[in-house]
Ligand binder design. Sequence first.
Ligand code: ATP
Length: 334
Amino acid sequence: MATKTSHSKTIQKIGVLTSGGDAPGMNAALRSVVRSCAYYKIPCCGITRGYQGMIEGKIKPLGPRSVNNIINKGGTVLKSARSEEFRTKEGRKKAFANLQNNGIDALIVIGGDGSFTGGLIFQQEYGIPVIGIPGTIDNDIYGTSHTIGYDTAMNTVVEAVDKIRDTAISHNRLFFVEVMGRDAGHIALNTGIGAGAEEILIPEEDMGLDRLLDSLKRSKKSGKLSSIVMVAEGDKIGKNVFELAEHIEDNLPDYEVRVSVLGHMQRGGAPTCFDRVLASRMGLKAVEALRDGVSGNMVGMADGKMIFTPLDKAIKGESKIDTELVRVSEIMRL
Ligand code: ATP
């Protein structure tokens, strides 16, 4: 079914939720939605724990003062959840009944592509206009150059790798640093360049074990005493980061190899200024979209400007890796 991308009703009350993995800046987006609603005199309700809270009726009115002092906070004060029940027709029926009971006739969903899929299905079934705001650290969503939380996560990674490098240099070690990105290498590629990594392994490129070995040999020959290899969770070599490290140690005994998996720390912390501004812009745009009769779209950023992409395109479209950055990374490791 094609996405309905416009509606003709005057919105009476907007419900807002955060869903899927949390991302720094979600609170700034929530604050923006609530205050933009207040500006346009549209009542606004927060739905706790994403779609699961919608099913359970965890809905409360929010005003400008309910979002004081959250712009600087990581995580999401609305809480997030993954809801299996929302994937079922019965679950969505309960959710719709709860929206009706609360007089909510439009939704703003802050989350990733799974959350947008759920929102789109809900819009198609019940005619509730939905606008998506991309909140995920992976930056893997088509229709925006940046998702909320991505910039913060990258800065967190770079800070961590700078510290790892101190110990790598002191002991002449080779560190494999695993960062988030099962399907997308944006974090690994950008932070790899930013932290001066010698090698970057991402899901979009198959470097191959032999090439990695050759490259590390060359690196050692050229006089490098320590090295950092950034590995995205979903890299194409097909080994997990520990097996990869073991393989290198077996084949390059000169190297003392260590592994560091950064894990969930990448999701946490205060959002950067960039993410706070992006979230503030996107929240306002989402409210204005619903007010202007737009539905079934995601707010995104392209060339620094706010744009819309139909939700089905945002979900299915590929967010491509920047080949210019791949080239930069290759030259910088010389
Ligand atoms: P992240 O990128 O951080 O994983 P996400 O939004 O992609 O975020 P998901 O767990 O994939 O996270 O999706 C969040 C929720 O959206 C799911 O728990 C489910 O409730 C809902 N959802 C996802 N796909 C569907 C679907 N096909 N039908 C109905 N609901 C869905």
